[in-house]
Design a protein around this ligand. Structure first.
Ligand code: FAD
Length: 572
């Protein structure tokens, strides 16, 4: 197969134009082309009136070797790489039998004459977000029968609890936008792209598994795939069924509250098990920590257990809403509304005079702003959409990057958890500014720029549920962040006409853009810097930022766990 990149065709080209483009590129006749498939389809919208589709094609062609020689100097003609996923290990046969997992089961098997220590323990995955889902799936596919512990509920029940906050202001602290089956990305836009370097094509494995679980096939080849919330719910359930059919075990409403750590004579620390909120202990030597960025209690526990953590930069800001039609018109001109383009997105960045950078984040075309707190008495915004992306408003976070020295003062003990202290303070302040009823504090952009409180909405209706309380957001963030956003909005308006229009609306606060801590791990075996058998993973550990990259990290960590177990078996 040959891979041809950068094949450009007009937006409304007929199907045959692809074959014609292949023939023209390779200078071959029609009979030489045995078939082709689209590996990727993107678009170039820089010239608004003349948007072009850009294809990467895999072509089955006669005389491939000769063509490779002929096009050796052309970077757009290459052999198609093998992107099929290969498992790195297979579980030893002992994993196909029942292995005791609790202390009492271990004792029972000892009483019956078996020596429990000789059993390898099943790996434990904490968290069933995209990272835990893929770590669990891969471990199950390799035969390791993982035990997956998730503090929240199964996705259908979780959906009801989440809507209970949005509709009736009832927050369920263990079952909400952040916690429960599918993790933080379940009620989202389901954007599935990432800028991570992925030389082993793990992203392809993630997308392929999503398609098997019910995602539309196009996610494999469009350049900016998204799934939307409704489909994600069904997909997550299907993946759970696959893991269970392969012998994995998933336990909902099972929060891990403690780790058992042993230190050997050389001072090396090993994880030996986990303790659940209900007091149950599970023996294991391999724990994947796929906690997400909102498990503040669990991170505090890790800190108490001396697991190596460090503060890391993250971002804070507001969510902005505009009419989607305004963004579509600006990006696509007369071709706005074309089915191959869908609702337009944007990505903006502005470097401010005060040294801060302001950027758009997690843009949700045709979506809604959602209440995303997991803690009582706090307000946090985020965005989601359905697959159709046909809601009236476009929304995106407009955030300012902050560094550990910005938030160190929020925790006088000098702990790496200072970022969490800042997040909590801002989220509590937002709750108060919103009137103390889980409404989000909001302000029109015109008023925000003029430095006066908003009292009345303009043409744009905010979508946040349970509601928006108009106020003055200038005290919702530290002064440097407010100053930076005030400078950035007119600059963004020069890039997208109307971006700083007076009736565009901010709601706040955006604080959970990424984890404020990194649970550091070794680069080679992906185990915690100071605790063997502990595999920090995904967004909460600071190794992913989004659904796709969290899934990819889950695969990497599953491989590391599998290799660690099989190598221990070899040496046993
Ligand atoms: P999470 O998804 O956060 O999952 C962690 C899981 O661990 C949770 O289910 C939690 O309940 C569980 N857990 C935590 N502590 C414990 C414990 N002690 N015991 C047991 N279980 C525990 N990203 C995109 O790429 N595209 C988008 O369109 C997008 N939109 C988003 C919209 C919203 C509203 C939100 C909140 C996030 C969005 N994101 C999006 C970000 C994305 O969801 C996260 O990057 C991703 O989910 C991180 O995956 P993860 O598995 O590392 O963590």
């Amino acid at each position: 197969m040959l891979r041809l990149t950068d094949i450009k065709l007009p937006l409304d080209h007929p199907e045959e134009a692809l074959t014609a483009a292949i023939r023209a590129k390779l200078h071959v006749g029609a009979s030489a082309i045995r078939g082709y498939s689209v590996f990727r389809r993107g678009y170039d919208a820089r010239k608004r009136g003349a948007i072009q589709l850009i294809y990467t094609l895999d072509v089955d062609v006669a005389d491939e070797d000769k063509l490779l020689v002929r096009f050796a100097d052309d970077p757009h003609v290459r052999q198609t790489p093998d992107t099929n996923y290969q498992f790195v290990a297979k579980a030893p046969s002992v994993f196909s039998r029942d292995i005791p997992v609790t202390e009492s089961e271990s004792q029972k098997s000892a009483i019956h004459g078996r020596t429990p220590q000789k059993h390898p323990h099943r790996p434990v995955v904490i968290g069933l977000g995209p990272c835990g889902l893929f770590a669990g799936l891969l471990l199950a596919q390799m035969g390791f029968r993982p035990i997956i512990l998730e503090r929240g509920k199964a996705v259908r029940e979780r959906t009801k609890d989440t809507w209970d906050l949005w509709r009736k202001r009832n927050l369920h602290p263990e079952s909400n936008v952040q916690f429960g089956e599918g993790g933080a990305g379940t009620f989202s836009d389901g954007k599935l792209y990432s800028q991570i370097s992925d030389p082993k094509h793990y992203g392809r494995k993630v997308l392929t598994e999503f398609v098997k679980a019910g995602a539309p096939e196009e996610i494999i080849y469009v350049s900016k795939p998204h799934i939307g919330t409704f489909r994600l719910v069904t997909m997550v359930e299907n993946m759970r069924n696959t893991i269970e059919a392969l012998g994995g075990e998933i336990r909902f409403e099972h929060r891990v509250d403690d780790l058992q750590v042993e230190t050997d004579a050389d001072g090396v620390r090993y994880v030996r098990g986990v303790t659940l909120a209900n007091g149950e202990q599970i023996r294991t030597d391999h724990v994947v920590l796929a906690l997400g960025h909102s498990a503040r209690d669990t991170v505090a526990m890790l800190h108490q257990r001396d697991v190596y953590l460090e503060a890391k930069p993250f971002s804070i800001g507001f969510r902005v809403e505009h009419p989607q039609s305004m963004v579509d018109r600006d990006r696509f001109g007369s071709q706005a509304g074309h089915p191959l383009l869908g609702a337009a997105d944007y990505k903006l960045v502005h470097h401010c005079r005060n040294g801060r950078s302001v950027y758009s984040f997690c843009m949700c075309p045709g979506g809604t702003v959602v209440a995303a707190t997991s803690e009582p008495g706090r307000v946090v915004t985020n965005g989601m959409s359905q697959y159709s992306r046909n809601e009236r408003n476009a929304n995106a976070a407009i955030v300012v990057g902050i560094e550990p020295n910005d938030f160190a003062p929020y925790d006088s003990s000098g702990s790496p958890l200072a970022g969490i202290a800042l997040q909590r303070e801002l989220e509590s302040r937002a709750f108060d500014l919103g009137g103390g009823t889980y409404e989000a504090p909001g302000q029109l952009i015109g008023d925000f720029l003029a430095g006066k409180a908003s009292t009345v909405l303009g043409d744009i209706m905010p979508s946040y549920k349970p509601g928006v309380h108009l106020t003055d957001l200038s005290t919702a963030l530290p002064d440097y962040a407010v100053e930076a956003i005030r400078e950035a909005m007119p600059a963004f308006d020069r890039k997208i006409k109307g971006f700083a229009r007076a009736d565009a609306i901010f709601t706040g606060v955006e604080t959970r853009t990424s984890s404020p801590v990194r649970i550091r791990r070794n680069d080679d075996d992906l185990q915690s810097l100071n605790t063997r058998g502990l595999f920090p993973a995904g967004e909460g550990a600071g190794y992913a930022g989004g659904i796709l990259s969290a899934g990819v990290d889950g695969i990497r960590v599953a491989e590391a766990v599998a290799l660690s177990i099989t190598q221990q078996e070899v040496h046993a």
